[in-house]
Design a protein around this ligand. Structure first.
Ligand code: PEP
Length: 252
């Protein structure tokens, strides 16, 4: 059994005081939830304060990105070591907004992934096709490339305890258009097959594949009911404590 992983990506939203307020509002709403791993990913600026607010709770914290060096002349970047220092146990890598707006390649994301894991972080590694790629029949090719190149070089057992794959069709992110549970299941099954081809059955059976793209409290349960959907990565709906708590509970 794979334990569902539900993560909120707060993106570039909330000043520190509002981020702490959201974390504090969320804590009592999910404190009795068992059987779901819960993560929130605030902005870099709010990590330290939110990390303090979450101490002793059942909510872990993640960053939205990291740079694959420990320290040095990399203006504007943060290392995994710095993220661990402020209380992160997770980071997102390869979100479609990083791929699209910041032109992060599969090779660079693979470098980040390996460095983050070696540094002790757990990673939600995002993949997903654009609408154009889906419509032109290239979805499977895109997912194959993102999985094959993005996860290249990971070592079977050790690394995959700490990696989740987030399938996030780009056309469903922030658009209000959710993949149907059938579309999500089809893509997740395909990705699990890629993992099996690349890393074998033990890995493919244990890796959690989250769905992301306009997940809301009222569609989370039907997505989670699919056998290959092991949680969600939630953007917009994670900015409201009751909405995110509803998604967490629907995933339990
Ligand atoms: C995301 O940012 O990963 C995401 C899925 O956003 P939203 O839930 O708003 O579509």
């Amino acid at each position: 059994m794979r334990k569902p992983l539900v993560a909120g990506n707060w993106k570039m939203n909330l000043l520190v005081a509002d981020a702490v307020k959201l974390a504090n509002a969320l804590k009592p709403l999910v404190q009795d939830v068992t059987g779901v791993e819960i993560v929130v990913c605030p902005t870099f600026a709010a990590l330290h304060a939110v990390g303090k607010a979450l101490e002793g709770s059942n909510i872990a914290m993640g960053a939205q990105n990291c740079y694959p060096k420990e320290s040095g002349a990399f203006t504007g970047e943060l290392s995994p070591q710095m993220l661990l220092d402020v209380g992160c146990s997770w980071t997102i890598i390869g979100h479609s907004e990083r791929r699209q707006y910041f032109h992060e390649s599969d090779a660079f994301l693979n470098e980040k992934l390996k460095f983050a894991l070696a540094s002790g972080l757990k990673v939600m590694f995002c993949i997903g096709e654009t609408l154009e790629e889906r419509k032109s029949g290239k979805m499977n090719d895109v997912l194959t490339r993102q999985v094959t190149d993005g996860l290249a070089g990971l070592s079977e057992e050790a690394d995959f305890d700490r990696v989740a794959v987030a399938y996030e069709p780009v056309w469903a992110i922030g658009t209000g258009v959710t993949a149907t549970p059938e579309q999500a299941e089809e893509a997740h099954r395909f990705v699990r097959g890629l993992l099996e081809d690349q890393f074998g059955g033990n890995v493919s059976e244990k890796v959690r594949i989250q769905y992301g793209g306009s997940v809301k409290p009222d569609n989370a349960a039907e997505l989670m009911a699919k056998p290959n959907v092991d949680g969600s990565l939630v953007g917009g709906a994670s900015l409201k404590a009751d909405g995110f708590a509803g998604i967490v509970k629907a995933s339990a």
